[in-house]
Design a protein around this ligand. Structure first.
Ligand code: TXA
Ligand code: MG
Length: 320
């Protein structure tokens, strides 16, 4: 029987028994289980219908926990961890034996993140193990940003979904690693911490390698985050066909109009837009409309991560 709850003890019992739960974080909801237990980890892959080659992020509450999961922390990455944790930053670090190979899909590095959501942190502090957690959506679909989104899609497979409200950030964490060859920090997935924030802290430029031609690289399959209805990218209102019928637009700053409008941010605020993007895609996907149209946002700050998600969401609609 599914319980949607704020009661941490229900989550603790479920997790201690080897179960998986819906977990609120500040980015998106996760599908969480004991990261040190291979049987639980394989359950996560099964519930999400996720291919085993796509590795999972391990969530921790303390630096001590990080040290039990990894063998080494490059200085530049430690600097980022100190500055942005708890928060929407995931760091790739050489994995310790305690982490099952299944978690990293056999890769030498493990992805680690200390989430900022108070409920997630409080839960993690009361557990004797870190939590492996991918976003709690069926593989390839839009990530969930409310407990209800998790219930809608995975509710029949779960006993506990912790309800921590709507996610503040709304898009996934930024994934960074250390490029040994170039002695540089590298961004593998754009996300809740912007490129500018990272470069400002490090006082140097970083590489952004979010290409999808490398399936072992983070979260970067070309087609991802897709709604079910056709989704089209336009440059302006005129590009929406006059015979489009009853359609929906995901608008930013009031720039698109249509029979059904979901505003990402009336005041042109990229942070607000990030927090509303996935909820907007889900909302329109459920309306009686034939298609959805949207524009790219300004390519700066969180706009880059938002545009990355938009491009990936759109691809499915244009490949038949
Ligand atoms: O904000 C987030 O990061 C959310 C919340 C729940 O923490 N989690 C999330 O997980 O977005 P997921 O599984 O949907 O995306 C994580 C991405 C995966 O696509 C995977 O390819 C990459 O991180 N990743 C995980 N472990 C990795 C590793 N060891 N090496 C390279 N990439 C890794
Ligand atoms: Mg995901």
């Amino acid at each position: 029987m599914l319980q949607v709850t704020k009661d941490l003890q229900l989550a603790i019992n479920e997790l201690n028994g080897g179960g998986v739960i819906g977990l609120p974080t500040e980015t998106v909801y996760g599908l969480a289980g004991n990261a040190l237990d291979a049987a639980t980890v394989s359950k996560i892959f099964a519930v999400k219908n996720r291919p085993f080659f796509d590795p999972l992020i391990v969530h921790v509450a303390t630096m001590e926990q990080v040290r039990s999961c990894v063998t080494y922390i490059p200085q530049a990455l430690e600097k980022l961890m100190n500055a942005f944790w708890p928060g929407p930053l995931t760091v790739l670090l050489p994995k310790a034996d305690a982490i099952p190979d299944l978690v990293t899909s056999g890769l030498p590095d493990v992805a680690i993140r200390m989430p900022a959501h108070p409920m997630a942190l409080s839960l993690l502090r009361q557990l004797s193990f870190p939590l492996a957690a991918p976003s709690a959506n069926p593989f390839g679909y839009v990530s969930p940003t409310t407990a209800q989104h998790v219930v809608d899609q995975l509710g029949d497979q779960l006993n506990v979904v912790l309800d921590g409200g709507a996610c503040e950030v709304g898009i996934e964490s930024t994934i960074v690693g250390w490029d040994k060859e170039n002695s540089k920090v590298c961004i593998y997935r754009l996300g809740g911490i912007s490129v500018e924030q990272i470069e400002e802290l490090l006082k140097e430029s970083v590489e952004v390698k979010t290409s999808s031609s490398r399936p072992s690289a983070p979260g970067m399959l070309d087609q991802h985050y897709s709604p079910g209805k056709p989704l089209f990218l336009v440059e302006n209102q005129n590009q929406i066909p006059s015979n489009a019928g009853v359609y929906g637009v995901l608008s930013f700053n009031g720039q698109l109009k249509g029979p059904m409008v979901y505003e990402l941010s009336n005041k042109g605020d990229l942070i607000e837009a990030a927090s509303r993007l996935f909820a907007g895609l889900r909302y329109l996907d459920q309306q009686p409309i034939s298609a959805m149209y949207l524009q790219l946002l300004p390519e700066l700050g969180l706009g880059r991560a938002i545009n990355d998600r938009i491009r990936r969401a759109v691809i499915k609609s244009n490949v038949h």
